[in-house]
Design a protein. Structure first.
Length: 292
């Protein structure tokens, strides 16, 4: 009897867990659709910015703008500091999503340190900042207010600090580690170069622009916008990747709970059947003893 009571208690616990994971799967699925829409809306604007910069770019202009200039490496007398912006989620229950981003950030930090840089770490998301704080890192940025619904002004505030330090020559480069949203089941960690702005190659057929003001004035306005948009895309794609990873993890947990529950039911039924058989045998044995 005690074993059967234990099995029934485990069955109730597993059933309740399955309800929770199923609910979280449905919530993640709902939020994933909105996050995918934000990713899809951000991409055309980014591509249009890239095309305009590519059409305006000339070798002469590339040397006149600090955001385009490539400083020398630390071993060649250039800036000794570099920045890594790590974007993770504030929450877990999403499989290896956050840990993979942290691994990519550690790999990139080690690579930059091998090149002679001292790395400034900027973190967006509780999971990444919590990990590096545990390791004793001093974070120059610790943003946990972005969440899974990033806004352009949040990306702008992150970009302002990085742009200011890069323009003054304190930073040699800025990299961003974030999730690349390919699909709901493919969100690999990736590293994107934020600064210097990598001059995109021009299109084969260049539009015949009538520029007013000149290309230098236009680039002066577009380059900071391009940097802000690059960071915003990283925030948006990481948010979408989080919901995709959480949905996958919760679906797997729900399926596993269903399998465990089915196994517990079979075990309970066999135990109950054995108990009933034993009770019948005892009754028959007792009746036979009375007759004999």
């Amino acid at each position: 009897m005690a074993k059967n009571r234990q099995l029934k208690g485990r069955m109730r616990a597993v059933a309740n867990t399955r309800k929770i994971t199923r609910t979280m799967e449905l919530v993640a699925t709902s939020k994933l659709k909105r996050a995918q829409d934000r990713v899809a809306a951000a991409r055309p604007y980014a591509e249009a910015l890239r095309d305009v910069i590519a059409d305006l770019m000339t070798p002469d202009l590339a040397e006149r703008f600090p955001l385009l200039r490539r400083p020398a490496s630390p071993r060649q007398g250039g800036p000794t500091r570099a920045a890594v912006l790590l974007v993770t989620a504030n929450r877990g229950l999403c499989g290896g999503f956050n840990s993979n981003l942290i691994k990519e950030a550690r790999r990139r930090i080690e690579d930059l340190q091998g090149q002679g840089y001292t790395v400034d770490l900027h973190c967006v998301g509780r999971k990444g900042s919590g990990f590096f704080k545990y390791l004793g890192w001093k974070l120059l940025t610790d943003r946990q207010d972005v969440g899974e619904n990033p806004r352009p002004e949040q990306a702008a505030s992150l970009a302002e600090v990085l742009i200011a330090e890069y323009e003054t020559g304190k930073l040699g480069l800025v990299d961003m580690v974030h999730a690349k949203f390919n699909s709901a089941i493919s969100t690999p960690p990736t590293t994107t170069r934020v600064l210097p702005v990598e001059a995109p190659s021009g299109r084969k057929v260049r539009p015949d622009y009538l520029l007013e003001p000149g290309p230098d004035a236009i680039l002066a306005q577009l380059l900071p916008v391009y940097v802000r948009n690059t960071i915003f895309r990283g925030l948006v794609e990481t948010a979408a990747g989080f919901y995709g990873a959480q949905r996958t993890a919760m679906k797997s947990a729900t399926d596993n709970a269903a399998e465990i529950l089915e196994h517990l039911k079979r075990t309970y039924n066999r135990s109950r059947q054995a108990q009933i058989t034993q009770e019948i045998a005892e009754i028959v044995g007792g009746a036979a003893a009375l007759q004999g």
